[in-house]
Structure formats: structure tokens, C-alpha cells
Write a protein that binds this ligand. Structure first.
Ligand code: NDP
Length: 463
């Protein structure tokens, strides 16, 4: 008989925690997983999945418009927010059931409660007021939208959490932030007919992306009718007698709007988790500090996913979970590889990207070849839509390796997944050149850009 109640206790039923719990339980180990809200975590319940459903909903007005060039007459259209919310909620409930079902079938004990650490092997199950012990504890509690207490009136703002359950669709919205969430929701709300303003403190939206993607998307969003205000922050928010919000900006402008959404990053969920009691080290944002194998400074406690603030993406949390299982339960130490992660911004048009931006590559390599194409995709020829696609390959001239691939346009996210394999496999531009095109597609441009558009030498653009 083991000295512990469980081999593994997982705190947090999101993508990372569920994957680890399910795999370890299916190996015949005794596993418990505690979740205080709903299984599925941010991604399924109030993140990637409902967001993508909203993105689809918001694309229909453009589809209706584009149909005319192809001979269709679309009658009067109307949109019902409550129907979208109800259908979205039904799908989320279905997915939550799949997550729970997978855990149950694997034999994990599902605990619907907050769980907090008591010491390095003991967890208190708050709702049941009892403690259990485990050989290993895995913390996968994720993160939450960052609040902004220094901003007067910020209690009137919503975050992405509330955006998924608004009673009514606002007529106008201001979104503060310039990252993934701000940009994606600006496009969603605009697509659904909401007058949308994005307020960002930096010089261009989407700080971590290639500048061509950032500028290209900015231009496309403005062309659609979104307003983007750069170098600006909100100073103060006042609720007016009619319920609307007056937002004073640092550029001396005041915008009166129905809703303000803050999308200014996410904070790791480590508060009141008993980490101090167990002696687990945290960083300045409250993130749990882990080594390459996701182990904390306490031998029995590991952490994966957003709570470690490494790369805040669902597939990364899942990958970290699988590496944890290899390391601890399969005797195959495996550390997650955070290099060259393909990712997408589900804006309209989308951005799909993998590897280094031109600017980051220029800091790392002496000479780059940049292959760049900007064109109107075929589907927009008859629709008359002026929107352009941008494709860009960043090549290390020395090794010929493609070190970055960036796409702005329809289905860029889908393309990024496949390009991710090529960049991860360290393929060269010659491999791209020897690949036959799939015709007619937009993606064929990626294998038919034979001559560099320009070079970058020692950080300077030449030729
Ligand atoms: P991001 O880190 O992407 O962006 C945060 C934004 O908020 C930045 O533009 C930042 O500005 C700005 N900001 C931060 N603090 C302040 C402040 N005090 N005042 C004004 N602006 C501020 O975070 P998000 O919230 O957009 O998303 C969180 C994470 O979720 C992302 O990092 C991403 O990994 C993940 N995610 C992924 C998605 C996907 O894969 N499609 C979709 C949605 C989220 P600055 O740039 O100047 O620091």
C-alpha cells in the first residue's frame, strides 16, 4: 500500500491538466483532478473555442457582400446575438462533457472543488473540507484576464470572460490592448456590426509579430471601418447617467461608448493556492517558476500551461503535459521545445505565422533573404473586395534555412500549421523551391517566390 492517497493530484481541469490527468490515469495510476469551475479550462469554456465560433459568426456579412459578384442575390439579413450565445453555450457544454468523459473512462477521480496546497504532498479540497495526499502534484491552474486597478473606473470594463455572455450586443465598444485578444475581439465585434475602436499604447498592434503582418492587418482593419488609436491609453472611465461609458484617453480625446473591454494580458492563477505553504517559488507576475521539465523547486510539484507564463497557448500546455507524463511516468525525460511554435491570430484577415519575424531574424543572422508577395487572392477577383494577401519568407542566407514564415490573409491559420512542419524540420529555401505548387491556391505563392524581394545585411535592408 502506497503511503499516498494518489500517485498524481492535478489542480486545474483545463487543456494541460486534463491531458496529463487522463494519460496518467490510463496508465493505471491513481489520479485525482480538481476543477473549481468547468472542465475544459479557458480554451474550451471562455477562450479559443467560443472565440472561433464568434469569428465564424462575424464573417457572414462579408460573405453576403461577396456573394453578389458570383451572381447571388442575398435577401435581407438579420443577426440574433441570443441565438449565437445559446448555440455556442450548447457546443461548449458538449465539449465539456467530452473532457469529463475522457477523464472518467481513464479512471481519474473528478473533484469539483477548489484545491489548495497544504504542503509538498498534501492538498486540501475546499468544498469537501478534507485533505488528500499525492506522490506528485501537478499545478495547471492557467491564468485570467489581467485587471487594471490603477485605471479609475476600470470596474466598469469587461474582459474577454464577460464578452462571451453579454446580455445584448453593444452598439459600440472600445477595446484597450493590442495583443491577440484585443485584435481578435475588435474584428469579431466589428463583423457583428458594432462600432469598434481599438486603443493601444504601442506604435503598432500585435507587438510580437512581423512588422509586415502588423501593418498589413492594421490597414485592412481600418479599411473595414474599425478605428485604431495608437500611442494612447485610457486615463479614466466614467459611467454616465444613461449607462454609457465616457472614456478619457491620454490623447485628450473622450470617447462615449456602450462597452469597454480590457485585453491587456493574462495573469497566472496562483493567488491563495497554498504555494507559499508548500514552498513553491514564483516569479514577479505570480507565475510558477519551473525547470526545463516543468518541475518547480519542490521535488514533488510540477506546473504546466499558462500558470508558468512560458508561452500562453493551449497546444503548448498540452505538449508540456505530455512531456511531464514522459518524464515522470515513462522514465523518458522530455522537455517541451518552445522554439518555432506556429500560431494564428483569428482576425479578418487572419495572420498565420511560425518562426522569426524579419526584425528578430536580423538580430540573429548576418544576412537574410526576404521573399515577399502581396496580391489580391483569386476569391476576391469576382467579389471585388480589395483586400490583399501578404506572404513572407525570412531566409538565413548563410544556411539557406527558412527561419520565419508569415501570412496575412484567408486561411492563414490553416497554412501556418503546415508551414510549422517545414520550419520545425529546418527545411531550406531550396526545399521550398523544389516543391510543386498546388494550383490554383493562394498558398502556392509560398513555393513560387524564386527571387528575394530584398536582403538584410547586418540589420540594414539592402538591394
Ligand atoms: P497579449 O500579451 O497578447 O497582449 C497584451 C496587450 O495589452 C499588449 O498589446 C500590451 O501592450 C497591452 N497592455 C498590457 N498592459 C497594459 C496596460 N497597463 N495598459 C494598456 N495596455 C496594456 O495578451 P492578450 O490579453 O491579448 O492575450 C493573452 C494571451 O492569450 C496571449 O499572449 C496569447 O498567447 C493567448 N491567446 C492566443 C490566441 C491565439 O492563439 N489565437 C488568442 C487569444 C489569446 P504592449 O505590447 O505595449 O506590452
Amino acid at each position: 500500500m502506497s503511503e499516498y492517497d494518489y500517485d498524481l493530484f492535478v489542480i486545474g481541469g483545463g487543456s494541460g491538466g486534463v491531458r496529463a490527468g487522463r494519460l496518467v490515469a490510463s496508465m493505471g495510476k491513481r489520479v485525482a483532478i480538481a476543477e473549481e469551475y468547468r472542465f475544459g479550462g479557458t480554451c474550451v469554456i471562455r477562450g479559443c473555442v467560443p472565440k472561433k465560433l464568434f469569428v465564424y459568426a462575424s464573417q457572414f456579412p462579408e460573405h453576403f457582400e461577396d456573394a453578389a459578384g458570383y451572381g447571388w442575390t442575398v435577401g435581407e439579413t438579420t443577426f440574433d446575438w441570443k441565438t449565437l450565445i445559446a448555440n455556442k453555450d450548447r457546443e461548449i457544454t458538449r465539449l465539456e462533457g467530452l473532457y469529463r468523459g475522457g477523464l472518467e473512462r481513464a479512471g481519474a477521480d473528478i473533484i469539483e472543488s477548489r484545491a489548495v496546497l497544504v504542503d509538498k504532498h498534501t492538498v486540501r479540497i475546499v468544498a469537501q473540507d478534507r485533505t488528500v495526499t499525492a506522490r506528485h502534484i501537478l499545478i495547471a491552474t492557467g491564468g485570467r484576464p489581467s485587471e487594471h486597478p490603477a485605471l479609475p473606473g476600470s470596474e466598469h470594463a469587461i474582459s474577454s470572460n464577460e464578452a462571451f455572455h453579454l446580455e445584448t450586443l453593444p452598439k459600440s465598444i472600445v477595446i484597450a490592448g493590442g495583443g491577440y485578444i484585443a485584435v481578435e475581439f475588435a474584428n469579431i465585434f466589428h463583423g457583428l456590426g458594432v462600432e469598434t475602436t481599438l486603443v493601444y499604447r504601442g506604435k503598432e498592434i500585435l507587438g510580437r509579430f512581423d512588422m509586415d503582418m502588423r501593418r498589413g492587418l492594421h490597414a485592412a482593419m481600418e479599411a473595414k471601418g474599425m478605428r485604431i488609436v495608437l500611442h494612447t491609453i485610457a486615463h479614466e472611465i466614467e459611467k454616465q447617467p444613461d449607462g454609457r461609458l465616457a472614456i478619457k484617453l491620454s490623447n485628450d480625446e473622450t470617447i462615449v461608448t456602450d462597452q469597454l473591454m480590457l485585453a491587456i494580458g493574462r495573469t497566472p492563477n496562483t493567488e491563495s493556492l497554498g504555494l507559499e505553504a508548500a514552498g513553491v517559488e514564483m516569479g514577479p507576475k505570480g507565475e510558477i517558476i519551473v525547470d526545463a521539465f516543468s518541475r518547480t523547486n519542490v521535488e514533488s510539484i510540477y506546473a504546466i500551461g499558462d500558470v508558468t507564463d512560458r508561452v500562453q497557448l493551449t497546444p503548448v500546455a498540452i505538449h508540456e503535459a505530455m512531456c511531464f507524463v514522459d518524464t515522470v511516468y515513462r522514465d523518458k525525460p522530455n522537455s517541451p521545445d518552445h522554439d518555432a511554435i506556429a500560431t494564428a491570430v483569428f482576425s479578418q484577415p487572419e495572420i498565420g505565422t511560425v518562426g522569426l519575424s524579419e526584425d528578430d531574424a536580423a538580430k540573429r543572422y548576418d544576412e537574410l533573404e526576404i521573399y515577399r508577395a502581396e496580391f489580391r487572392p483569386m476569391r476576391h477577383t469576382l467579389s471585388g473586395r480589395q483586400e490583399k494577401m501578404i506572404m513572407k519568407l525570412v531566409v538565413d542566407a548563410g544556411s539557406r534555412r527558412v527561419v520565419g514564415a508569415h501570412i496575412l490573409g484567408v486561411d492563414a491559420g490553416e497554412m501556418a500549421q503546415l508551414l510549422g512542419i517545414a520550419v520545425k524540420a529546418k527545411l531550406t529555401k531550396d526545399d521550398f523551391d523544389q516543391t510543386m505548387a498546388v494550383h490554383p491556391t493562394a498558398a502556392e505563392e509560398l513555393v513560387t517566390m524564386y527571387h528575394p524581394s530584398y536582403r538584410v545585411k547586418n540589420g540594414e535592408r539592402v538591394g
